[in-house]
Design a protein. Structure first.
Lengths: 171, 593
């Protein structure tokens, strides 16, 4: 289901929620990204935030490109982030990448044609004990196997949350 | 550490065994220079905040294994600093080899060949072949509205341009972005400069150590016009060029080379060599009368000068609500262009359609200004090609002219005579001083006892003073550098500014520090500034309204200041929409080989 494009009013409301406080810039940008429907911060909304919060657009762009959780280009509804930190590297995170690539039919960094999934990498999410891990939205999934990857993708694609609840890390 | 350094306290230390005493708060780098030890640097620039990213300047302190960046660490009592040993040489060489591995190896085809700081360091360290396989990232070369060129393949990510744009000029058009191997310097969302906040001051290009940001070289266009027998090519030279161009030929900084420059231009084949100083005097006539008109008829005050095109762009982008404060006068460059295609052809019987006007400017924003669509009041483009000081030096070198040994010559008649007032247009405070000399005498009808207004001289960011003009106290302000301009504009916006007349220049120090000048630090800019005041002091005429050619212009052609003809040719209007709404952007990119 395609979300309606975000309006200026929505973006202004997000900033109002944070009292238009420039100190809350990262929180504001995260909310804008989430509300965008395409998991990214469009130039138009970054420019609006720059104006309202009185922060230079060039500083906002620096932040958006610095942190791995942000994107300046449209992404899928769900961003699957595979940890590339050392512990996950030793537990064969690269193999997890290849499983997701196979199941989704895309390469690392790409977005599926139905705009559901984007495959990307992330830094440590603090779940090294269950590595290799993948993060989808706010959920972290550990001890991944090809079978689990299959289940996860199906669960998100078909909107069956009960499938994935059992797999999510509880910490 | 909350210790605030006290510059009155002395610190004793040794640099490579040489004892030295310096004030507290001195960096290791500066202390070393005191004893003639030149620690190599790449990201460090004496006029900019320390970034300490290149790490070339690392040194050993008290035999410690941990290295310290000499640019970013202050000295402390008793420390023994080692700046050169096998280990440090190895580290520096490795850093340079790694930078070079990411750098295109086409020095011969680079605009900064022989003025490149990276090239000089590689030479200094005896690096004659790549230490690592070369893996330069290839970016398109972007020519932005014929003004500035960005070739980010050459970028060494020192961040000087970013500090300049963010902190010194507060334009904030460019910044760092991304991380690690993707780390780069760019505009928001990688848009061309024209679509962002850039005001084309070119200060980024004046601190770039390599060929990553530079002026769009238009010398070919000028050589072409000079070779065309059909064209009548006239040239104008801005005040700040004559005290800087000598540096390009190894002459001492602060040399006044007006006569040599005129000879060089004549030898290059210009039909007439005229002076922007002439039109600077015209600017004073118009701007001085405009100020008096506003003062007497309750016009918008404070009135702010409009000579600096980077500054004009800045107001249009950031303070459109305050545009009515700007003088409606065109800049001296554009006034000259309009007159060179109207007054000059009528006096000399030349077809204005065949006149090509070339400007030599210390400035990159002047290129942008000359392209503004409304700058055509003579019926032709006011100015056809703008070259920076650096570009003119290039032409002189190409033509094989031995600049330092040239004899001196005089400017040509009817637009070549000038005054001391016009010369100091090239330094912060100069326009204000020149205006005061004329305004005072126009209002009072009396001769000034002393024409020197010392309060507005020097290179402090903001200068204030007041002058009694015929019973009225006129409060004046002078600002240079856009960070200081921003402070002044904010105070006007808040209604807290009580000045009547304000001079603002985009570049730190005024035009002597322009973005198109030879590469230099504030020390050199100070010498250029002093040189302009020497030019002023030595001029037989030091007030604009006493310039005989300017008097002739008004008698024979314009009538009176602010008259109908003046309004058509010499005044303009500004856009509240900012540059990107009315300007047709033209950006060309070319692939590297």
């Amino acid at each position: 289901m395609q979300q309606a494009p975000m309006t200026e009013g929505q973006v202004l409301k997000i900033m109002e929620k944070y009292n238009n406080d420039p100190q809350q810039l990262i929180a504001v940008l995260l909310d804008i990204q989430e509300a965008s429907g395409s998991n990214y911060v469009d130039e138009k909304w970054a420019a609006l935030a720059a104006r309202v919060l009185d922060v230079p657009l060039s500083k906002i762009y620096d932040i958006l490109t610095f942190y791995a959780m942000f994107s300046t280009k449209p992404r899928g509804e769900y961003v699957i982030e595979i940890c590339r930190s050392t512990p996950c590297h030793f537990t064969e995170a690269e193999e997890v990448v290849s499983w997701f690539e196979k199941v989704l039919g895309i390469k690392m960094g790409e977005t599926t044609l139905d705009k559901k999934f984007t495959l990307s990498r992330t830094c440590c999410v603090g779940a090294c004990d269950v590595g290799p891990v993948a993060k989808i939205g706010d959920e972290v999934y550990g001890d991944l196997t090809l079978e689990k990857v299959n289940t996860l993708v199906r669960s998100y694609r078909e909107g069956l949350p009960s499938f994935r609840e059992a797999l999510a890390c509880q910490n | 550490m909350s210790h605030i350094p006290d510059p009155n306290k002395s610190v004793n230390l040794t640099i490579d065994g040489i004892p030295v005493t310096v004030p507290e708060g001195t960096s290791i780098l500066e202390a070393a220079r005191k004893v003639n030890v030149k620690i190599p640097v790449l990201c460090h620039h004496p006029d900019l905040q320390v970034r300490a990213v290149c790490r070339l300047c690392v040194v050993e302190c008290d035999g410690g294994k941990k290295l310290k960046a000499a640019c970013a660490n202050d000295v402390w009592e008793g420390v023994n600093v080692v700046t050169d040993n096998a280990r440090l040489r190895g580290i520096r060489r490795m850093i340079l080899e790694m930078i070079l591995a990411e750098h295109p190896q086409d020095c011969l085809a680079c605009i900064r060949n022989q003025t490149c700081e990276l090239q000089e360091l590689a030479h200094q360290f005896g690096i004659y072949r790549p230490g690592f396989p070369v893996e330069a990232r290839h970016f398109d070369i972007v020519v932005d509205t014929d003004t500035l060129v960005r070739d980010m393949s050459k970028c060494v990510k020192c961040g000087r341009c970013v500090t300049m744009c963010q902190e010194v000029q507060t334009v904030r058009a460019i910044n760092t972005s991304s991380r690690s191997v993707d780390y780069e310097i760019t505009t928001p969302y990688d848009k061309p400069l024209i679509e962002g906040l850039c005001v084309y001051c070119g200060q980024c290009s004046s601190v770039c150590p390599v060929g990553a940001i530079y002026e769009n070289d238009q010398t070919d266009k000028v050589f072409e016009a000079l070779g065309d027998k059909e064209r009548h090519v006239v040239v104008q030279t801005a005040p700040a060029v004559r005290v800087a161009i000598g540096e390009e030929f190894g002459m001492p900084h602060g040399s006044v080379t007006t006569g040599k420059m005129v000879t060089a231009l004549k030898r290059l084949g210009f039909d007439k060599v005229f002076d922007t100083d002439f039109s600077a005097d015209v600017t004073i006539m118009e701007e001085g009368h405009e100020f008096l008109d506003r003062l007497n008829n309750k016009g918008r005050l404070p009135m702010i000068t409009s000579c600096s095109p980077g500054w004009i762009n800045f107001v249009e982008v950031f303070y459109p609500d305050l545009l009515p404060h700007l003088s409606t006068c065109k800049s001296p460059q554009q006034m000259f262009g309009a007159l060179a295609k109207s007054y000059y052809p009528s006096a000399y019987g030349v077809d204005p359609a065949k006149v090509t006007v070339v400007s030599i400017m210390p400035c990159t924003a002047k290129k942008f200004e000359s392209e503004r669509p409304e700058m055509n009041s003579s019926g032709y483009r006011d100015v056809d090609v703008v070259l920076t000081t650096r570009e003119l030096a290039r032409m002189i070198k190409i033509a094989g002219i031995d600049f330092p040994n040239l004899p001196e010559s005089e400017y040509d008649n009817i637009m070549g005579q000038s005054t001391g007032a016009a010369a100091i247009f090239g330094t912060s405070g100069g326009v204000m001083e020149a205006a005061l000399r004329t305004v005072y005498e126009v209002v009072t009808g009396e001769e000034l006892d002393s024409v020197d207004f010392e309060d507005v001289r020097g290179h402090q960011g903001i200068k204030k003073s007041s002058v009694m003009v015929g019973g009225t106290e006129v409060k004046i302000m002078v600002a240079n550098g856009l960070k200081n301009a921003r402070r002044v504009m904010n105070s006007i916006r808040r209604g807290e500014c009580d000045a009547h007349f304000i001079e603002i220049m985009s570049c730190p120090g005024g035009c002597v520090g322009g973005g198109g000048q030879p590469y230099a630090t504030s020390e050199t800019k100070r010498k250029r500034m002093e040189a302009l005041y020497r030019v002023d002091r030595d001029m037989p005429i030091r007030k604009s309204h006493k310039n005989p050619e300017v008097q002739a212009l008004y008698e024979k052609y314009l009538g009176e200041p602010l008259g109908e003809k003046s309004h058509k040719l010499l005044h303009t209007h500004y856009s509240t929409q900012g540059k990107h709404h009315w300007y047709v952007p033209h950006v060309t990119t070319s692939k590297r080989r």
